[in-house]
Design a protein around this ligand. Structure first.
Ligand SMILES: [Zn+2]
Length: 233
């Protein structure tokens, strides 16, 4: 079942490891088949070196395991909230990558200091509010997803492809699992550069609106011209 999606999701998980975003098994990526309403996610706690497509776990959007002998990543309910709330996304990734997690632990949004950031995010990278005790006690993973959705404050998730969960780490998304993993790597780079920017100049200011818009819209706007044009159907 969903063989191609299983392979895509495995590959996205391995990409997180290749990019140095994952320590031991602290990370997960998933992908969704919108036609079938099924999500494929990495199993919990299985070493990456031994992971095969058949180890991936298939769940419906209500956390019912449809196929797979292994337990899914414990963050599955967070991924499911994002798939339900963000209808256009096809993949989600979560890591504890060092610099993005440092910003998450400091509970500080990452300001847009340069064009790398502006190419991917239309604003600063948001950080969720701190989880309350009741949110932690019950349905913690689902409540984490709700906190991510709230942190976007109605912004289009395609213009903010990732969020920092306070005291935890980054969640990113994209059109498929590979794009979500790519955005996890970009977010880590943005977080690292912002950290150094403030180290060099603690009074550094975010880029101006014009430069930010120029870079974001040349990749994402209606008249985007960055890269090679895709065939439009
Ligand atoms: Zn985590």
């Amino acid at each position: 079942m969903l063989q191609h999606l299983r392979e895509q999701v495995l590959e996205a998980n391995l990409e997180l490891v290749r990019r140095g975003l994952v320590l031991y098994t602290f990370g997960n990526a998933s992908g969704i088949s919108r036609e079938e309403g099924l999500v494929v996610i990495k199993p919990s706690g299985v070493p990456y070196a031994q992971m095969k497509p058949e180890h991936m776990v298939v769940s419906d959007l209500s956390v019912n395991i449809v196929e797979g002998d292994l337990r899914p990543s414990s963050d599955l309910p967070t991924h499911l909230v994002l798939y339900k709330e963000f209808a256009a996304i096809g993949g989600v990734a979560h890591t504890h990558s060092e610099y993005a997690t440092a910003w998450a632990q400091a509970r500080k949004p990452i300001p847009c200091f340069g064009t790398t950031h502006a190419d991917y995010f239309q604003c600063s990278v948001p950080v969720t509010s701190e989880m309350t005790d009741p949110e932690i006690t019950e349905d913690y993973e689902k409540n984490t997803g709700d906190a991510i959705v709230r942190s976007l404050q109605g912004t289009d998730p395609s213009s903010t492809p990732g969020v920092l969960v306070a005291n935890h780490g980054p969640f990113t998304w994209g059109e498929d699992a590979g794009a979500a993993a790519h955005n996890a790597a970009i977010l880590e780079a943005i977080a690292r550069m912002a950290y150094f920017t403030l180290g060099i100049n603690a009074a550094a200011q975010p880029v101006g609106h014009m430069l930010h818009s120029k870079h974001y819209l040349r990749k994402h706007g209606q008249n985007a011209y960055y890269g090679q044009a895709r065939d439009k159907q």
